[in-house]
Design a protein around this ligand. Structure first.
Ligand SMILES: [Zn+2]
Length: 385
């Protein structure tokens, strides 16, 4: 079933298709944790269904059955890939499972020029699965180099007949204007708070994403699910409204990212950092050991994102935004951080933005060193009061 907040986008697409106005390319833009990939999968399934109705795909034709097995001869996904993945053909494949979950790897993944070139060839072949269309999903277009974008441009300009390209990107700004101007755009907006909470608090959603193919063995799937759940440190602590609020705040309000955080327990680690910071500032001492050790439990990226969110909340609190809207300030007693000077907070924001925008250029220990330096500053502010 489609996630509640994605329904309106899906409905809009279905009515365009039914009205005979299916675009030849659609760009879905939105934070990864909003579920754009799942939306793309449903759209592809609808387009390739042999008996679609206004309610959706039939779920019983050969094409729909193949989608249930997460593969379809008339649909291919262009994934970002490492060199190894590309050489094993996993950059452009009928395997749709990567839209649900992809194993994390150490090597960097990019959207390759060669992958883009393969798309045109595939779309020019005729459909084989009894559908009238062919669909390509480009997952991770924001990682496309200019060369890769140019390689796909011609296909965008002169689309093959009866083809649909769905391009997924974190934001529209990162795409070339020439690409943007030729596609229909779908920007996934912020998820309404009630829908986000309803999703996070529903126990049947509180499970790690696992590839489930309909023809797979049920017992095997259950065993796999159980094993995966046991790996989720975050499930040892009940998922409360408070945890959900903090996880959402730390995930740019994207429910799927927030769920990932809740399952891993990284929200609890983040809360510990804020608690340690609050205690340190409350005491007004220069004792940073607890803050630093709590901070080290998070990845560099999480450290930066936590501190940015926290500073932003403190700034909002200073500007009289109601505390109920500021989960970190509200639940971690961080109102005390209001004592910190405005220019110090702005300066910290600038530094963090700098780190976040240029992750490959900043040595791994840089965030900690920067954070340490302004932690000292925070404390001297607090001491002055
Ligand atoms: Zn069908």
């Amino acid at each position: 079933m489609l996630l509640e907040w994605l329904e309106p986008y899906y409905r809009q697409f279905v009515s365009s298709v039914r009205a005979g106005r299916m675009p030849s390319s659609v760009i879905i833009a939105g934070h990864e944790g909003l579920g754009g990939k799942l939306l793309a999968l449903e759209m592809a399934k609808y387009v390739l269904c042999h008996h679609p109705s206004e309610h959706g795909p039939c779920n019983s034709c050969p094409s729909c059955s193949n989608f249930a097995r997460l593969t379809n001869m008339d649909c291919k996904v262009a994934y970002t890939s490492s060199t190894d993945e590309e050489s094993s053909g996993y950059d452009f494949t009928h395997d749709l499972s990567g839209l649900i979950v992809r194993p994390e790897i150490k090597q960097a993944r990019t959207m390759r020029i060669d992958t883009m070139r393969k798309i045109t060839g595939f779309l020019n072949e005729s459909a084989v699965g009894g559908s009238h269309y062919k669909v390509v999903i480009i997952a991770g277009a924001e990682l496309m180099s200019e060369g890769a974008a140019n390689a796909i441009l011609k296909t965008f300009e002169e689309p093959s007949k009866n083809s649909l390209i769905i391009m997924l990107t974190k934001s529209l700004e990162v795409l070339l204007p020439t690409i943007l101007s030729r596609a229909s755009k779908m920007v996934i907006k912020d998820v309404p708070v009630e829908q986000a909470f309803a999703y996070l608090m529903n126990p049947s959603n509180q499970v790690p994403p696992i590839i489930r193919r309909v023809d797979g063995d049920e017992a095997e799937y259950n065993a796999q699910l159980q094993a995966a759940k046991e790996q989720c440190a975050g499930l040892n602590t009940p998922i409360t409204q408070q945890r959900a609020a903090i996880a959402l705040a730390l995930s740019a309000n994207a429910p799927l990212s927030a769920m990932k955080m809740l399952l891993s327990g990284d929200d609890l680690k983040a809360t510990e950092v804020v608690n340690a910071l609050v205690q340190s500032v409350t005491r007004g001492d220069a004792y940073e050991v607890e803050v630093m050790s709590a901070l080290k439990a998070l990845s560099n990226q999480q450290q930066v994102s936590l501190l940015r969110t926290l500073i932003l909340e403190v700034l909002k609190y200073k500007a009289y935004v109601p505390v109920e809207q500021l989960p970190l300030v509200n639940y971690c007693g961080a109102t005390v951080l209001e004592r910190l000077q405005l220019d110090r907070l702005f300066e910290a924001m600038e530094l963090l933005k700098h780190i976040e925008d240029r992750p490959p250029l900043i040595p791994a220990r840089a965030p900690k060193a920067l954070i340490r330096s302004w932690l000292k500053g925070f404390k001297s502010d607090a001491n002055m009061l």
